[in-house]
Design a protein around this ligand. Structure first.
Ligand code: HEC
Ligand code: HEC
Length: 155
């Protein structure tokens, strides 16, 4: 909606845009076309971008919550019985993909193996990275964690 239907040259106006984000998630955008009587540029396009969070991600959560309740159907159930790259693709890539919300594999590689094992097993304090080891009530055994670190180092 525009604040007025006609603007004089140089006059300012406001446009308010409402977006129906029902059923949408992730990054979405809406394009708005503005018609003017400027013969050189009769139509101007502006676009507004936003990130829509679904009901699972709307609230800030404790890292280890991803192992529980409804969260695990996406976050850990798909990794059950998998190892190495398959396990990484199931449980880790969602956050570590190209550094979406955490650093990508390519940046983890340079860290010592022991450090990678420890941070995967015990998590990283004050971040959304939980401790994945069974001893921290996570889903992964020593062997599974080692299989992940193996592919991180080799990639
Ligand atoms: C429908 C599948 C699905 C469910 C259910 C789900 N997640 Fe996620 N989650 C994802 C995906 C995919 C990503 C990575 C993409 C992104 O960042 O939007 C993600 C990313 C995250 C992140 C890291 C990104 C950020 O915003 O910090 C956190 C934390 C997280 N989820 C917590 C939870 C919690 C807590 C629950 C349960 C209340 C949950 N998720 C349920 C699919 C899901
Ligand atoms: C819900 C999002 C999320 C998931 C899922 C996740 N991580 Fe993380 N991870 C993070 C965040 C956030 C950090 C800390 C910030 C950073 O290093 O980018 C982190 C840090 C790490 C670190 C330490 C890196 C460093 O250089 O300090 C390692 C290693 C790691 N994650 C491995 C994994 C592995 C392996 C998995 C799969 C079992 C996994 N992560 C799943 C979000 C996640």
């Amino acid at each position: 909606m525009a604040s007025s239907s006609h603007l004089k040259p140089g006059e300012k106006g406001k446009i308010s845009v409402s977006v129906n984000n029902n059923g949408k998630s992730g990054n979405i955008s809406k394009t708005i076309q503005i018609y003017t009587n400027n013969p050189k540029k009769p139509v101007t396009t502006i676009s507004v971008a936003m990130r829509v969070k679904d009901r699972f991600h709307i609230n800030k959560s404790e890292a280890k919550e991803i192992f529980n309740g409804e969260c695990k159907s996406c976050h850990t159930d798909r990794g059950i019985g998998k190892k190495g790259l398959e396990l990484f693709m199931a449980d880790c890539i969602m956050c570590h993909e190209r550094g979406k919300s955490a650093i990508p594999i390519t940046e983890m590689q340079s860290k010592p193996k022991e450090y990678l094992i420890k941070s995967t097993a015990d998590g990283v304090t004050n971040t959304s990275m939980p401790g994945w080891h069974l001893k921290n009530n996570g889903p992964l055994s020593d062997e599974e964690i080692e299989s992940l670190v193996h592919i991180i180092k080799r990639n």
